[in-house]
Each structure stands twice: as structure tokens, then as C-alpha cells.
Design a binder for this molecule. Structure first.
Ligand SMILES: Cc1cc2nc3c(=O)[nH]c(=O)nc-3n(C[C@H](O)[C@H](O)[C@H](O)COP(=O)(O)O)c2cc1C
Length: 216
């Protein structure tokens, strides 16, 4: 039985959110392929995980029997999040762009799960887990656009999820999502619509491909 870890971090609900909608399409196609599977869903906007504290951080580098009660209590949350990551056969992440980077709720999740000697280091415990990131954004940062160098989502996630946690990363990028809301972007609406359609197609295709890959 396969397990999908599904993380959302958009502040917008349901269909108002591009990342939630595209991730939902992925998940639906995934569940069709894996009716018996398990999905662990973390909605970091609705239920944020706690910010890392000195006790939670230092507990990660202290053997369990030597932890103070404060360290043990603080580490319990990290342990739960890390176990979810390690249990997952595949990971789906909605990571909208907030001020050129990821939402702080998602950054906090990363601060909790990244632990040298376990999830990171010489042999990261979730190494190789296929991971699809829906990186929605209001504008476009594609090559040749005026703000090409301002995308600190994809390169950051490649560094932290890819090169540090060792996950096998794939991105879906619904872009220009602000076009229907921002009159100054009205000419970009057709490009937004095309990007949205591509994102849904990609989500369904990638979910099916991944299901086949895990079944092989
Ligand atoms: C706090 C906040 C900051 C944002 N900053 C940016 C930004 O720097 N660049 C951008 O292109 N869009 C930005 N946006 C727009 C979102 O990226 C856009 O609405 C995207 O669709 C969000 O994904 P979602 O629809 O899943 O919430 C921001 C939105 C919010 C709520």
C-alpha cells in the first residue's frame, strides 16, 4: 500500500487557490490509481506547525535519553513530521510564491523536518522520494521576463528539498495567476489561462506516471 504526503500552504481556500486546485487534480488522479493507498494531508495554512525553538532544534542533536523534558516535548512535533516524510512513497507540495520565496508556514515545516544525520547529511532518510511541487505565482519569472532573477522559490527548493533532503523533484508552475485580478495584467490573461490548463494536464499526467513508476 502506497502513501502520499500532501502538503498545502496557500492562504486561499479551495478553488480560489491555484496550488490547491492543481494539487487536488494530482491527488484525485493519484487516488484513482491507488484506491487502497493512504494520503497524509498537512494544511499548513489551516494548521501551522510550530516555529523551531532552541529546545526543538538542540533535541535533534541530543540522544533521546539525555534530553530534558522540554527538549523531549518540543521534539515530539518534529518526530511526527519527520516520520510522515519518511513514510511517504511520494510527496505533493503546494508552494505558492510569497514575496519571491515560499510561504513562511512551509519554511517552518522545512525547519522542523531538516535534521542533519537523519533527513539530511550523508544518506538522507527520504532520499529519492518522488516529489511534485506546485509552485504557483502571481507573475512570471520565466527566462526573458523582466523579473527573471527574482524567483527564489524554485532554486531554494532545489537546494533544500533536492540537494539537502535528496528528494527527486519535479515542478509544475502555474504562473500569472494575478492576471484576472490585476487590471494592469489584463493583456496577460490568455497566457495565464494557457499556463493554468497546462498545469492541470501536467498534474494528471505526472500522477499517473508516478503511479506506474511505483507499481513497477
Ligand atoms: C503574501 C503574498 C505575497 C505574494 N508575493 C508574490 C510575489 O512576490 N510574486 C508573485 O508573482 N506573486 C506573489 N503573490 C501572488 C501569489 O503568488 C499568487 O496569488 C499565487 O496564485 C498564490 O498561489 P495560490 O493561488 O495557491 O495561493 C503573493 C501572494 C501573497 C498572498
Amino acid at each position: 500500500m502506497v502513501t502520499l504526503l500532501h502538503i498545502d500552504s496557500s492562504v486561499l481556500p479551495g478553488e480560489a487557490s491555484s496550488s490547491r486546485s492543481v494539487a487536488a487534480a494530482f491527488r484525485e488522479a493519484w487516488e484513482e490509481q491507488h484506491p487502497e493507498g493512504t494520503v497524509i494531508h498537512r494544511d499548513l495554512a489551516a494548521d501551522p506547525v510550530p516555529h523551531i525553538t532552541a529546545a526543538a532544534w538542540s533535541a535533534g542533536y541530543t540522544t533521546p535519553s539525555e534530553r530534558t523534558p522540554e527538549q523531549s516535548a518540543a521534539f515530539a512535533v518534529r518526530e511526527e513530521l519527520i516520520e510522515e516524510l519518511e513514510r511517504a512513497d511520494a510527496i505533493l507540495i503546494g508552494a505558492p510564491m510569497h514575496n519571491f520565496s515560499v510561504p513562511s508556514t512551509f519554511k517552518t515545516w522545512l525547519d522542523n523536518v531538516l535534521l542533519l544525520g537523519r533527513t539530511a547529511g550523508e544518506s538522507p532518510s527520504a532520499q529519492g522520494t518522488p516529489t511534485v511541487v506546485v509552485a504557483s505565482r502571481g507573475g512570471s519569472y520565466a527566462p526573458g521576463t523582466p523579473r527573471e532573477g527574482f524567483d527564489f522559490v524554485q532554486n531554494y527548493l532545489e537546494a533544500v528539498l533536492g540537494r539537502t533532503l535528496g528528494l527527486d523533484l519535479d515542478f509544475i508552475v502555474p504562473e500569472l495567476t494575478m492576471a484576472p485580478r490585476n487590471p494592469a495584467m489584463s493583456e496577460l490573461i490568455p497566457l495565464y489561462e494557457a499556463s493554468r490548463e497546462r498545469a492541470f494536464e501536467d498534474a494528471i499526467k505526472k500522477a499517473k506516471e508516478l503511479a506506474e513508476r511505483l507499481a513497477a
